[in-house]
Structure formats: structure tokens, C-alpha cells
Design a protein around this ligand. Structure first.
Ligand SMILES: Cc1cc2nc3c(=O)[nH]c(=O)nc-3n(C[C@H](O)[C@H](O)[C@H](O)COP(=O)(O)O)c2cc1C
Length: 176
């Protein structure tokens, strides 16, 4: 698939064929693409938590309520970022964790689309309760921030192409 076409045709997919599975190699191919995302100072601070256990997929909705469709996914990839590794200025109280993580997640979504898989970005950070629950359930250390819960499976829906999303009211030339 041509990249520009892929960018315009990717959609969040929330219905998956429950009979299908992904091999470890297939999952690692997707993670490879995620790892080519840009990151501040090229720190590549991400970690990927792969979840395939059916019970875990079924009960993810108890951790993040808008993930009920994960029950039929082949896997979930929780995209995390190490906040001590990501480019940061401690004294000024900021870091690029959520941005780096979101970019890796977007690469992951696009890789899924390129491979004929369906995926959906489900939020984690900055929701404190979701972060907390994920850390507790999956032994994620305190310096590791879960940024996205990405559900992945073989698509069983074909959402229609949205209207042209280019909105000229939101394009500002030279001055806002
Ligand atoms: C930060 C963020 C959090 C999201 N959280 C959820 C979620 O919890 N559950 C869900 O079904 N979709 C979630 N989405 C997906 C959006 O609903 C989806 O991207 C949006 O409706 C546009 O549709 P499209 O991805 O098909 O273009 C999230 C997307 C982003 C960027």
C-alpha cells in the first residue's frame, strides 16, 4: 500500500475475527515499525507490553472502560514510555513521554493497516486511574508510563471513508 493512501484510509477498527491469531514474528514486525517513530533527541524511550491471554483481553474493559471490543482482538500492545529515558527537563517539570509514545502508537496503527490488520488506539495516559490499574495488573514500574492501549486483530468491519478531513478553517498561513 502506498504510504499517502494508507494515511488517508486508516480507520479505527473495533470488530475483529475472534478465530484468528498472530504469530510472535508478525507481532514483532509491527513493533519494529513502531520503533521507527520519531522521538525527542532520538531517545527511543518506548517499551511495548504484549498481551495475548484471552482472559486479559476480555477483562481489559475493567481497566479502561472503552476497550470492550478487545475481547476478540489477537493481541493488545500497551505502548509505554520510560519517563527517565525520554528527553526531559526535570527542573522545569516537563518531558516528552506522551508525545514520544503517541508517535510510536501511530506508527503501530499504520503498520497494522499496511499489513491488512485492524487496530484501535485506546487511551491510557493521562488518565490516572487507568495508569494506576495498568501498573498494578502488569507489574509496570513507576517510571514507565503507559500511553496507549492498542487493540489489534483481523478486521470484521469496514468503516466508511469519512468526509474530506481537510478543513481550511483550521489552516493558518503566516499568522493564526
Ligand atoms: C488519545 C486517544 C484516545 C482514544 N481512546 C479511545 C478509546 O478508549 N476507545 C476507542 O474505542 N477509541 C479510542 N480512540 C480512537 C478515536 O475514537 C478515533 O481515532 C477517532 O474517532 C477517529 O476515528 P479514526 O481513527 O477511524 O480516524 C482514541 C484516540 C485517541 C487519539
Amino acid at each position: 500500500m502506498e504510504l499517502y493512501e494508507g494515511l488517508l484510509t486508516r480507520r479505527s477498527i473495533r470488530k475483529y475475527n475472534p478465530e484468528q491469531t498472530l504469530t510472535k514474528e508478525q507481532i514483532l514486525e509491527l513493533i519494529r515499525a513502531a520503533s521507527y517513530a520519531p522521538s525527542a533527541h532520538n531517545k527511543q524511550p518506548w517499551h511495548f507490553l504484549i498481551l495475548q491471554d484471552k482472559e486479559v483481553l476480555r477483562t481489559m474493559r475493567l481497566i479502561q472502560p472503552w476497550t470492550s471490543f478487545a475481547k476478540d482482538a489477537c493481541c493488545i500492545v500497551v505502548v509505554c514510555v520510560d519517563e527517565s529515558e525520554t528527553f526531559h527537563r526535570e527542573k522545569e517539570g516537563w518531558n516528552y513521554a506522551q508525545i514520544d509514545g503517541a508517535l510510536a502508537a501511530q506508527n503501530l496503527l499504520l503498520a497494522c493497516h499496511a499489513k491488512g490488520l485492524g487496530a484501535c488506539f485506546c487511551g491510557a495516559a493521562p488518565m490516572p486511574l487507568v495508569i494506576d490499574n495498568l501498573r498494578k495488573k502488569f507489574n509496570i514500574p513507576g517510571n514507565i508510563l503507559p500511553v496507549a492501549i492498542v487493540t489489534i486483530g483481523y478486521p470484521e468491519e469496514k468503516p466508511k471513508t469519512p468526509e474530506d478531513r481537510l478543513n481550511l478553517d483550521k489552516v493558518h498561513w503566516e499568522s493564526f
